[in-house]
Design a protein around this ligand. Structure first.
Ligand code: SF4
Ligand code: SF3
Length: 536
């Protein structure tokens, strides 16, 4: 196997024996085959669309299947094989509808997969040219993040045909079916187009979430627990949480969020369920230590899932998530999770715990924009730091904790994604009427930070790059790649990323990112704070 798509890749180069994340070679090989089949399917969907065939279902499938290959989503070979089989069958169906079935699709599924072994399995490279290969990898990984958000949005009926066309174009780029040839500039162009598409995907998801659950409002979240039966829900999918809340209403079971589900507490339509009581545990990488202490079942709706070792019998998955042996919930039917909660002991006491804040969504921040501008104008607010993205296991991530702790008192921190777990419980106090720590939500709520920055720049009639605002991002998996590309596509400069540079970025691509966008790797909190504060 070869996989280098995430930050914890072995030796900073690639996982070759087994994944640091727990992905085994069988799953990795199946994922390589699935990606190839999705490229092949994209060609056929393009042809079908030209003939006027309705391709919406195929586009949803492509996004969903690609999402299943994102880090820490699906470790179940049977599930990935099923996606590959569905992709193969879709290719055949479309080929039959659009004309003659090409030779490659006349084989059986098993023959087809076997034929791909030499071609794509375990190579980790898409092109013999190191820079084209790097661009293709960056594009594919950004696309995985984009497709995760696109899938969540589609589940709430938010779609965009041009975005689906872009996903197909990006999957085909650089393959044997691509009609275009690109120089390095051309590759950078399509990689940035992925950033533009990512903004669209985040916008669709924001629309879906806010239309269905209301605009998030600043809300306290307990880190304690209540006596009684309990279910924990992790991941990013808010409609799954809504379904679970409805199915547990009046059953005497309390619901606890985990990880990226924390911001759900800010949504009016979700927080009106009184049995949504608290957030349990911290970031994803601590789950093997924290989950055994939870006295109820745990439901994963998306990444980041780790090997549930000896507590797997009360871990459930849904959506794209899978772990061999864990029970899978189909079509938002959580009856087995509920039955397990009734069976397990639950909490035997009330524990108040600390309180933190979430819910600084797009509308709340837009409403606060005049006050923010006034505070900037009168010198009360010196700088806004957006510190967000992914969390991860490496000790070097204490950088983000220290950065936030050391940020001067006349600055505020906007955060998003699970990177917040590095400092979410710090008491940062207030700056005038603003809390100094404002949680915009999940990683996809980078859209909120973008909209806020654009609104502030619009009011000041300046460029976003001229605002007293700096972005300090942590990356781990491919959603962070998608968010980074989104920011770059807007021409946002001086972004600081860490804790390491992606293994898949070649020196030439890195040089372009540095020259064009002044993208920087983290140094020390003191040094980076000094640079950011000196810039504006
Ligand atoms: Fe390795 Fe990350 Fe790939 Fe898992 S997702 S196999 S840890 S590079
Ligand atoms: Fe975290 Fe996995 Fe990326 Fe949505 S939950 S950000 S790492």
């Amino acid at each position: 196997m070869f996989c280098d798509q995430c930050e914890q890749t072995a030796k900073g180069v690639g996982c070759t024996i087994t994944g640091v994340c727990g992905k085994n070679p069988e799953v990795s090989h199946l994922q390589d085959q699935l990606v190839y089949l999705l490229r092949r399917l994209s060609v056929l969907v393009n042809q079908a669309e030209k003939k006027g065939i309705d391709v919406v279902g195929y586009d949803d499938f492509i996004a969903e299947a690609l999402f299943a290959t994102l880090t820490n989503v699906n470790f179940d070979p049977a599930a990935i094989r099923k996606f590959a089989l569905d992709a193969f069958n879709s290719c055949r169906t479309l080929a039959a509808q659009t004309g003659e079935t090409p030779e490659d699709l006349q084989q059986t599924f098993d023959e087809y997969l076997a034929g791909l072994t030499e071609k794509v399995v375990g190579l980790g490279a898409f092109s013999p040219d190191a820079d084209v290969d790097s661009a293709m990898q960056t594009l594919l990984f950004g696309l995985k993040g984009l497709c995760a958000y696109k899938t969540h949005a589609a589940r709430m009926d938010q779609r965009d045909a041009d975005l689906s066309r872009f996903v197909r174009k990006a999957l085909i780029a650089g393959t044997e079916w691509d009609q275009e040839t690109r120089d390095l500039g051309g590759w950078l162009g399509i990689v940035l187009e992925c950033g533009t598409g990512s903004i669209k995907a985040m916008e669709l998801l924001d629309k879906g979430n806010t239309e269905r659950f209301g605009n998030p409002v600043p809300s306290p979240v307990s880190l304690g627990h209540k006596k009684g039966k309990a279910i924990m829900i992790s991941g990013h999918d808010l409609p799954d949480l809504e379904a679970l809340l409805k199915q547990t209403e009046g059953k005497g079971i309390n619901i606890y969020t985990h990880g990226e589900m924390l911001p759900a507490h800010g949504y009016p339509k979700l927080k009106e369920h009184k049995h949504l009581v608290a957030n349990f545990g911290s970031a994803w990488q601590n789950q093997q230590r924290e989950f055994p202490k939870f006295p109820g079942p745990i439901l994963f709706t998306t990444n980041c899932l780790q090997n549930p070792r000896d507590y797997g019998e009360h871990v459930f998955t849904t959506g794209n998530v899978g772990w061999p042996g864990c029970k899978y919930c189909h079509s938002q039917d959580f009856s087995e999770v509920i039955a397990k909660a009734q069976e397990m002991e639950g909490f035997d006491d009330d524990y108040e715990g600390e309180e933190i804040l979430t819910g600084f969504g797009r509308k709340t921040l837009a409403d606060a924009a005049p006050a923010i501008l006034e505070a900037v104008a009168n010198g009360a607010l010196r700088h806004i730091f957006v510190v967000g993205g992914c969390d991860g296991a490496f000790p070097s991530r204490k950088y983000y904790t220290e950065f936030v702790e050391k940020a001067p008192h006349d600055t505020v921190i906007l955060t998003l994604g699970c990177a917040k777990y590095r400092f979410y419980d710090k008491k940062l106090g207030k700056l005038g009427d603003f809390p100094r720590y404002m949680d915009c939500g999940q990683c996809n709520d980078a859209y909120t930070a973008i909209k806020t920055a654009q609104a502030l720049a619009g009011a000041l009639k300046c460029d976003v790059n001229d605002l007293p605002l700096s972005l300090v991002l942590g990356w781990y998996e491919q959603k962070a790649v998608c968010v980074l590309l989104a920011l770059l596509s807007l021409g946002i400069k001086n972004i600081i990323i860490g804790p390491t540079l992606p293994a898949f970025v070649s020196p030439a691509i890195l040089k372009v990112l540095v020259d064009k966008f002044n993208l920087k790797l983290i140094t020390t909190p003191d040094e980076d704070l000094k640079t950011c504060l000196a810039q504006k």
